[in-house]
Design a protein around this ligand. Structure first.
Ligand code: GDP
Length: 193
């Protein structure tokens, strides 16, 4: 049990509400419906950890979870694929950019993407922000159970060559649990740096 304790800390919609910027934090990002909540649950071994982030009114907030006094996970608001009001999009954009730019304890970002639709515009935007901060990034190509083995391997290869060095990527499935151990190791590694 690599995560003996995971406790909801707080939800923030602006930087001054963030919990103390101490120790280490790993953030999970992803387009809405990519499978981020399922991935968070599988990696932490919890059934509905990320349900908090899905309660109405919290989907546009950053939800922080404490692993212990010095380590946290941050569930970043999913980027909507449906039309969201421009004002909300602007707020989302500002919040994400400020978070990635200013969070000193941020040890790395996991970007969750549907392996059938990897590297969306949102994903590239996140890669731009993390790249500017030289942050470690790990890509989870999830719902891999929906692809055949050949297809998923080809996707992984293509994604790896597209993002280039410095960004790691793996196949993942919250359903078959394929890649859960590998993902957990990456999160622990980013928390340790
Ligand atoms: P989020 O909006 O990014 O948090 O996405 P969710 O975790 O809520 O997942 C969105 C939908 O995809 C739900 O219907 C999940 O059951 C489904 N889903 C998530 N992960 C997987 C997976 O690994 N395999 C399959 N087949 N479905 C998944």
């Amino acid at each position: 049990p690599q995560f003996p304790s995971v406790e909801f800390l707080t939800s923030s919609w602006q930087p001054r509400q963030f919990p103390a910027d101490v120790g280490a934090e790993v953030a999970f990002a992803g387009r809405s419906n990519a499978g981020k909540s399922s991935a968070l649950n599988a990696i932490t071994g919890r059934k509905d950890l990320a349900r908090t982030s899905k309660t109405p009114g919290r989907t546009q907030l950053i939800n922080f979870f404490a692993l212990n006094e010095q380590q946290r996970l941050a569930d970043l608001p999913g980027y909507g694929y449906a039309k969201v009001p421009e004002k909300m999009r602007d707020h989302w954009r500002q919040l994400m950019e400020r978070y990635v730019e200013t969070r000193a304890s941020l040890g790395g970002v996991v970007i969750v993407m549907d392996s059938r639709h990897p590297l969306t515009e949102f994903d590239w935007q996140m890669l731009e922000w993390t790249g500017a901060q030289n942050l470690p990034v790990h890509l989870l190509l999830t719902k891999a159970d929906k692809l055949g083995r050949g297809e998923s391997m080809a996707t992984l290869k293509k994604v790896r060559s597209t993002v280039g060095e410095g960004v790691t990527a793996q196949l993942f499935s919250a359903v078959s649990k394929a890649g859960v151990d590998e993902a957990r190791k990456e999160v622990l590694k980013m928390l340790a740096t």
